[in-house]
Design a protein around this ligand. Structure first.
Ligand code: ATP
Length: 308
């Protein structure tokens, strides 16, 4: 599969008084899964619309495989893109398979694919039922099914797990991994940060229409000031000695409990501290390390009142 690449260069987009996007640059491709996160109104959907050619930037440009996101070439390219909007509107009087049949026609994909994708998203049993009677999660699965028609090379998913139950979320990410294994690039927005933090390759955090941070989870952790937490279970009576032995890097706080010691430290101090803990031998019985979660990083970088 071709490496399908979308590049946004210094794009800005304004609606009346609202600067929805402000000088945004990013490149997406290479079969990666990219998580686009940001507070309500941060500009995620607007950025999607620019990359899909559904809206134009006031300044800057969007390139698809090196060419502007407009014109006949882009219309052709768009057939290789799947898009699930935040609110997937459909025709309630039609059955699931009829709805997908229409999407197949629009995409120029054989209708024979309809049953395959319905099966893939776990909706085969409801293919002949009117969509008006579908539950919220079933509608979301139907929306995802239309994304899968035509084996897209790039997919944009706006809040795709809304309304899905835990099993649905699990199935959904399994299908995304299968797509990725075939070389598809996936861009996903979600407010459920715990769901995406260990599943995406790259993260882009938008705040107030600007890119506040970009990189892998490890890169974001390294750039942030949120602490890692190390909890030690220690031999009875050894807590004070352990705490003294580890006291204390500039940026580390040590808390003593009966048979445990808890340390909060800057990410860069974590590995040196672990080396010192290992040198304490059998005074330390066990340990757990908790790095900053994406939610904590987000509140620093991307929350409305982010601090980084
Ligand atoms: N068509 C429009 N007309 C007027 N304002 C708009 C329009 N589209 C977006 N905006 C404004 O631009 C800003 C960014 O909106 P956008 O929908 O891109 O945010 P978002 O990050 O997707 O938010 P959410 O998480 O709530 O879906 C918001 O202030 C929004 O009100």
């Amino acid at each position: 599969m071709a490496d399908y690449r979308i590049e946004v260069r210094k794009a800005s987009c304004r609606f009346g008084d609202v600067q929805a996007l402000d000088d945004v640059s990013l490149a997406i491709g290479g079969g990666q899964m990219v998580g686009l996160i940001g507070h309500n109104g941060a500009g995620k959907s607007t950025l999607f619309k620019l990359m899909l050619g559904l809206a134009r930037p006031d300044s800057g440009e969007v390139l698809v495989d090196g060419a502007p996101a407009s014109g006949e070439r882009f219309r052709q390219a768009r057939r290789r893109i799947g898009y699930l909007p935040e609110s997937f509107a459909t025709w309630d009087n039609l059955t699931g398979s009829e709805v997908l049949g229409l999407f197949a026609d629009l995409k120029g994909v054989p209708r024979a694919q309809v049953m395959d994708v319905l099966m893939r998203v776990g909706l085969a049993h409801a293919a002949g039922r009117r969509v008006g009677g579908y539950s919220k999660g079933m509608r979301q699965r139907l929306g995802f099914a239309q994304v899968l028609l035509g084996a897209p090379e790039l997919v944009f998913l706006d809040e795709p797990t809304n309304g899905l139950d835990p099993e649905g979320i699990h199935d959904f990410y399994r299908i995304l991994r299968e797509l990725q294994a075939g070389g598809t690039t996936v861009v996903i927005t979600s407010h459920i940060l715990a769901d995406i933090q260990d599943r995406v390759d790259q993260l882009v955090i938008l705040r107030g229409g600007r890119v506040a941070a970009q990189g892998t989870l490890a890169e974001l952790r390294a750039a942030a000031t949120e602490h890692a937490h190390i909890a030690l279970r220690v031999r009875t009576g050894a807590a004070a000695d352990v705490a003294n032995a580890l006291a204390a890097g500039d940026d580390a706080a040590i808390e003593l409990r009966a048979d445990s010691v808890r340390i909060a430290c800057a990410p860069r101090h974590k590995m040196p501290l672990l080396a010192r803990i290992a040198a304490l031998g059998d005074a330390v019985l066990d340990l757990t390390v908790q790095d900053a979660s994406l939610e904590q990083l987000f509140l620093g970088f991307g929350g409305k009142h982010g601090t980084h």
